[in-house]
Design a protein around this ligand. Structure first.
Ligand SMILES: CC(C)(COP(=O)(O)OP(=O)(O)OC[C@H]1O[C@@H](n2cnc3c(N)ncnc32)[C@H](O)[C@@H]1OP(=O)(O)O)[C@@H](O)C(=O)NCCC(=O)NCCS
Length: 186
């Protein structure tokens, strides 16, 4: 199966989703989002019931003490979701990865009424662009549940291609890859 992908396929009529670094002030909002059913259904085994437990997990990421980098997705001035990238090599989920240029990504739209409007695809495209600004990055991977058809479709629209089914500590996943596209020499 080919894993090549075309340049970032920005969706028609993009609605200007932007990313900003997450700060400690965003922790209560993240806590509220993580409690929502549409997020809990698919966001790993995050059962972070208290603000303290959310802070314990996410503050090291905010402070760059972790290999995961967190962002808040904005629609204009409104925070609408969370996303993160991580260095795959050394991550507990991927013990066999040795490529220092491999990155992983995860995201969700926190505001339920905004699902299914193309914003998730735009968020992923923005995240891909942001990650690829680092010239050392070779590939970006995602690992949605094989049952999460909406997320899989969203990643496909953002240029990811399915590679294979894997088993992670969160359970079965579909490993999807977005390769850096090399431009022909001028
Ligand atoms: C996954 C998520 C980020 C996608 O964002 P979104 O804004 O809802 O997605 P989009 O509107 O950009 O695209 C969704 C696509 O999935 C399709 N879709 C929706 N439900 C579907 C289903 N049950 N089966 C197949 N396709 C489905 C939509 O039709 C759309 O594709 P289309 O444009 O070709 O019609 C968002 O739904 C979300 O946050 N979900 C909860 C958390 C989550 O699953 N996070 C991902 C973890 S890997």
């Amino acid at each position: 199966m080919s894993t090549d992908s075309s340049p970032a396929p920005w969706p028609a009529g993009a609605q200007a989703v932007t990313l900003r670094p997450m700060t400690a002030d965003d922790l209560p909002l993240l806590h509220a989002w993580l409690a929502r059913e549409h997020v809990r259904a698919w966001w790993g085994d995050e059962r972070l019931d208290t603000l303290d437990s959310v802070a314990a997990k996410y503050l090291p990421r905010i402070l760059a003490e972790d290999h995961v980098t967190p962002w808040i997705a904005m629609l204009g001035a409104r925070p609408i979701g969370y996303c993160q990238s991580y260095v795959v090599a050394g991550d507990d989920f991927w013990p066999d990865e040795t490529d220092p240029g491999a990155r992983g990504c995860d995201q969700f739209i926190g505001e339920g009424e905004l699902l299914g409007r193309g914003l998730g695809t735009e968020l992923v495209c923005r995240l891909v662009d942001t990650i690829l600004r680092d010239p050392s990055v070779t590939t970006i991977q995602a690992d949605p549940s094989p049952d999460n058809a909406r997320a899989i479709r969203c990643y496909e629209k953002a240029g990811f291609r399915p590679l294979r089914r894997v088993t992670t500590p969160d359970g079965p996943a579909l490993l999807m890859i977005r390769r850096r596209v090399s431009l022909p020499d001028a």
